[in-house]
Design a protein around this ligand. Structure first.
Ligand code: FAD
Ligand code: AMP
Length: 478
């Protein structure tokens, strides 16, 4: 028997589950296929983000930050916390419980919205048929009017450091350590490497990050990246730029890595090594040879600006297609596609996808950075405001970092908001909202911001764009 649906979604990560819920809400008969099984061999929804990505990493970042604060941040407030200790298995168990609550919540949302969950591996056949193979080998055929592929991504492996999930781990393994490694190596100073490196550094690991590129955080605004490198280094992360891993050897539960940098061949030994060199799209055994969906030259499913593949009625969203590998990007693409299938003229603003690195302080941005705008020949005005001048940041003893607002010199339209500092992710979202409505720096400057808040730093940076900041000396106009 072939099951029939208006929409079949392959993958229940933030791209797929959101698309499925939205499609069902729009009155479409919808199924979602998911194969991922948790440690209890039960299918768990939520994809990378909920199971082994955004959520568990933030749970550990929050736990480790509290420990770090109790150890080093309390004294200044006059608080003495004697013999603070960390129970790593309890911290990991708390994380696991949060994951369980959230993934179970998605199953509840599927039920509430009438989405049919099909457990198993989905493969797109010709003619918008999807074959679902259960973990017991049973095969079900599903016929869809529309298919949304949301199969996500997985960690890239590199031959010099084969992951064994014991001594050499990927991001998933790094969320499961049961004790704090004394010496931790991290390959890759990208978002994931810095976040996971921070977790274990805060708990006492001596962390070395080995990064092939000479430039730190090349996607960030240069001023913010410079501040981030200074701050993270001060926190004890040893970040070795221009260092390319060439080999590793595991012996007696330790790993010795070889890398080359400007000074030549180097070797270091660690108790654990996290390989965080990026992620690649998942397309294995996903597309039958005759299904006619094509990949681009980098192995992502080829889609247009509306996430339509080369086959009418077949769409792809999230990490498996071009663009930043971010949960919110995946979800918004899922919404756009569901709405388009339902006949709405939905589209997505790819220019305003915020990016966040959840270190402390957080690093976040939206829109374009100074070096991009200069390369495009756009004349800009820049306003910055340091948290060191924020009363709220002082009260919280969290004064590191700054807000930078970039506006078009001719129109004053805000083109980018870049923050390193406390609650940067939340502050940048204010910038994203303002920019979506085409705000000028002057508009932002004229708004009333509550006092005392961290948000005032955004207000002041917007005022500074036109030399009108109140709580910091304005730079003289050139
Ligand atoms: P995924 O979440 O990867 O989901 C794809 C799903 O499809 C999986 O459940 C998979 O099992 C299933 N699947 C694949 N193939 C098939 C098939 N053939 N049949 C059935 N099911 C299939 N992003 C952020 O925005 N913020 C963060 O803070 C953040 N932190 C992260 C931290 C870490 C450690 C990692 C690894 C990632 C993080 N990300 C973060 C990235 C984020 O997790 C991804 O961008 C997001 O999960 C992509 O969503 P997706 O739906 O495209 O794919
Ligand atoms: P991201 O793509 O943001 O997750 O970052 C991954 C980082 O890993 C990039 O900055 C890469 O330059 C870095 N990287 C990739 N391969 C290697 C390698 N062999 N040695 C060191 N760093 C690497």
């Amino acid at each position: 028997m072939t099951l029939k649906f208006d929409v079949v979604v392959i993958g229940a990560g933030p791209g797929g589950y959101v698309a499925a819920i939205k499609a069902a809400q729009l009155g479409l008969k919808t199924a979602c296929i998911e194969k991922y099984q948790d440690k209890d061999n039960k299918v768990a929804l939520g994809g990378t983000c909920l199971n082994v990505g955004c959520i568990p990493s933030k749970a550990l970042l929050d736990s480790s930050w509290k420990y770090h604060e109790a150890q080093e941040g309390f004294a200044v407030h006059g608080i003495t916390a004697k013999s603070v200790s960390i129970d790593v298995p309890a911290m990991i168990a708390r994380k696991a419980q949060i994951v369980k609550n959230l993934t179970g919540g998605i199953a509840g949302l599927f039920k509430a919205n009438g989405v049919t969950l099909l457990e198993g591996h989905g493969k797109l056949l010709a003619g918008k048929q999807v074959e679902v193979t259960g973990s017991d080998g049973s095969v079900t055929l599903v016929q869809a009017e529309n298919v949304i592929i949301a199969s996500g991504s997985k960690p890239i492996d590199i031959p010099p450091a084969p992951v064994d999930q014991e001594v050499i781990v990927d991001s998933t393994g790094a969320l499961e350590f049961q004790s704090v490694p004394k010496k931790l190596g991290v390959i890759g100073a990208g978002v994931i490497g810095l976040e996971l490196g921070s977790v274990w550094a805060r708990l006492g690991a001596e962390v070395t990050v080995i990064e092939a590129q000479d430039k730190f955080l090349p996607a960030a605004d240069e001023l913010i990246a410079k501040e981030a490198l200074k701050t993270l280094t001060k926190q004890g992360l040893s970040i070795r730029l221009g260092a390319r891993l060439t080999a590793s050897e595991v012996k007696k539960k330790q790993v010795t890595v070889s890398f080359t940098d400007a000074e030549g061949e180097q070797q270091m030994t660690f108790d654990k090594l996290i390989v965080a060199v990026g992620r690649r799209p998942v397309t294995t055994d996903l597309l039958a040879a005759d299904c006619e969906v094509t990949l681009d030259e980098r192995g992502y499913i080829y889609v247009d600006d509306y996430c339509a593949t080369s086959v009418p009625g077949v769409y792809a969203v999230g990490d498996v297609v071009r663009g930043p590998m971010l949960a919110h990007k995946a979800s918004e693409e899922g919404i756009m596609v569901a709405e388009r299938i339902a006949g709405h003229k939905a589209q997505m603003n790819y220019d305003l996808i915020p990016g966040v690195i959840y270190t402390h302080p957080e690093i976040a941005w939206v829109g374009k950075n100074e070096q991009q705008l200069k390369a495009e020949g756009v004349e800009i005005n820049v306003g910055t405001f340091p948290f060191a001048a924020s009363g709220r940041a002082m009260a919280a003893n969290d004064t590191g970092g700054l807000v930078k607002v970039i506006a078009d010199a001719k129109t004053d339209r805000v083109l980018g908001v870049h923050v390193i500092g406390p609650s940067a992710a939340e502050l940048v979202q204010q910038g994203a909202i303002a920019m979506e409505f085409g705000t000028s720096a002057e508009d932002l400057g004229m708004m009333v911001f509550s006092h005392p808040t961290l948000s005032e730093a955004l207000h002041e940076a917007a005022l500074a764009v036109n030399g009108q900041a109140i709580h910091i000396a304005n730079r003289k106009k050139r």
